[in-house]
Ligand binder design. Structure first.
Ligand code: DC
Length: 211
């Protein structure tokens, strides 16, 4: 069994949904690195100050076994799930000292193995020696449809055209940034989930994990 699984891909590809299920089936810990960038974005927003090294230096971000997210000791799991915080996360994720701090935290979290970690640079930068690397993608339209469903299920207002715009902007920012851009690692397995069900993607990852 592969002890460390890295799942990368663009926004809305289904990384967290399938990673959570795979983690539960294998008895692994799921680590959502996007949530950590979102927590930094929330911290900046709430501080009313521009992003600075001291603001990030003092930040305390943790995830628990239930994938709840804590910022400076306060639970922010739901608060970070808005399109604005998604874009804010994509902005702070361009900054070298933010990536350095979160990358170190993420490596520490994976140190004991039995983890599935999702993000944008897990297979390329954070855990280049991961036992299994997946690059999970889907068409922009399909990803936007899923995001819209998620947002409306939470009672948040959104429309399809705006979600496509937000996802496209994040794709652009995440793939074009200078440091640790979103990219498929050379040794990653490409999975296109556009016309696959969640269960089909989960089954494929479990099959690859057992090889
Ligand atoms: O996975 P997500 O949508 O919650 O991620 C939010 C943003 O955080 C994403 O647009 C880019 C950034 N991010 C990153 O740069 N590196 C990661 N490993 C995870 C997320």
């Amino acid at each position: 069994m592969k002890k460390i699984i890295a799942v990368d891909g663009p926004a809305g590809a289904g990384k967290s949904t399938v990673s959570k299920i795979v983690a539960a089936r294998l008895g692994y810990t799921y680590i959502d690195t996007g949530a950590m960038y979102r927590a930094v974005a929330l911290k900046v927003l709430q501080s009313g100050e521009p992003l600075s090294e001291s603001l990030v230096g003092n930040v305390d971000i943790s995830l628990d076994e239930a994938a709840r997210v804590f910022l400076d000791g306060r639970e922010v799991t739901k608060e970070i799930r808005t399109p604005e915080i998604g874009l804010g996360a994509s902005d702070v994720a361009k900054v070298a000292y933010v990536r350095k701090k979160l990358t170190q935290l993420q490596r520490d979290m994976a140190a004991h193995g039995k983890v599935i970690m999702d993000g944008r640079d897990i297979g390329t930068q954070v855990l280049p020696n991961a036992d299994l690397k997946i690059f999970l993608t889907a068409s922009v339209e399909e990803r936007a449809r899923r995001r819209l469903d998620e947002l409306t299920a939470k009672g948040l207002q959104a429309d399809f055209a705006n979600v496509v715009k937000e996802i496209s902007l994040r794709d652009k920012q995440d793939t074009e940034r200078e440091i640790a851009p979103l990219a498929q690692a050379d040794d990653a397995v490409l999975l296109d989930s556009t016309s696959l069900t969640i269960e089909q993607v989960v089954a494929e990852i479990l099959r690859l994990a057992k090889d």
